[in-house]
Design a protein around this ligand. Structure first.
Ligand code: NAD
Length: 272
């Protein structure tokens, strides 16, 4: 066991599935004390049961709700009084062209994927500052660096998470606050994200099938890469060979990468 996380208090959002669940299980094995949240009670209960002895608090909460964040802050203040790590992981990925996506769905994606992260950082920062050294882990995506068609709300939210995270890191550095910030940029991870997708597009089922065939990395492997990046305070944590190739292609072809990434990701297969 790596002593780094022993007894550290780690809050993970979206802990009821995929990457969040794998992180909870990994950190439980490392002796951390967990605060787990998810909007879905059933997934959260399953994760909580699987790591029960490490769970300090398990709470159904919506990251886009300030009220839910403030309730969590209150419970933490009345309990341990601080957290060491905040992992802003919860997210959703709808599919469909911009003009097929309702205003309500577009705004919901921004509320969950982007405002959810900002809310978490704002509300939890005082509790992170009470730790010996706090750490914020914001899960963006390689789709916060490049874009593909039919995912405009997802890209808008993830580009925003990356921009916010890069700015926040520098704010905290300049303010000499004792809180580090890292940004996670996964490529395709084999989770339920496409199956859970809310969508206004008729092609959403094809998207889920296609996603399952191109996602290369398991959530457990993703959790290992994230843990290592957190331990080393790696600012941009790229996950999977696809993320590394895309990161490199973007540097090489910043305005025409899509001529290569779209065929590489098989976009034509779903969009025709
Ligand atoms: P997942 O769907 O398996 O898990 C996401 C979890 O977030 C679910 O349990 C869901 O209930 C929860 N959630 C959704 N909306 C929420 C809300 N409003 N409040 C609280 N919880 C909410 O997906 P995942 O792949 O594990 O995704 C985790 C993060 O990784 C997301 O931010 C996603 O955008 C990002 N990501 C995933 C991939 C991938 O290929 N799977 C790639 C890049 C980035």
């Amino acid at each position: 066991m790596n002593k780094h996380w022993n007894n550290k208090i780690i809050l993970i959002t979206g802990a009821g599935s995929g990457i969040g669940r794998a992180l909870a299980q990994l950190f439980a094995g490392e002796g951390a004390q967990l605060i787990l949240t998810d909007i879905k009670a059933d997934g959260l209960a399953e994760t909580t049961e699987s790591v029960a002895s490490s769970v300090l608090l398990s709470k159904q909460a919506d990251v886009s709700s300030l009220e839910d964040w403030r309730m969590l802050v209150q419970e933490i203040e009345q309990g341990p009084g601080h957290i060491d790590v905040l992992v802003n992981n919860a997210g959703m990925a709808p599919f469909g062209y911009f003009d097929e996506t309702s205003e309500a769905l577009f705004n919901k994606v921004m509320d969950v994927n982007f405002n959810g992260v900002v809310n978490g950082c704002r509300e939890m920062l005082p509790l992170l500052e009470k730790a010996e050294r706090g750490l914020i882990v914001n899960v963006a995506s390689i789709f916060g660096l490049i874009a593909v068609p039919a995912c405009s709300s997802y890209h808008a939210s993830k580009f925003a998470v990356r921009g916010f995270t890069e700015a926040l890191k520098q704010d905290l550095m300049f303010q000499k606050k004792s809180v580090d910030v890292v940004c996670v940029m996964p490529g395709g991870i084999k989770t339920n994200i496409a199956n859970f997708a809310e969508s206004d597009s008729a092609d959403a089922r094809d998207f889920a099938k296609h996603f399952a065939s191109v996602a290369l990395t398991s959530p457990e492997k993703a959790a290992k890469v994230i843990e290592k990046g957190m331990r080393n305070n790696t600012f941009r944590i790229l996950i999977g060979p696809d993320a590394k190739v895309v990161d490199w292609l973007y540097k090489l072809l910043p305005t025409s990468y899509y001529r290569i990434t779209n065929p590489l990701l098989g976009i034509r297969k779903i969009l025709g």
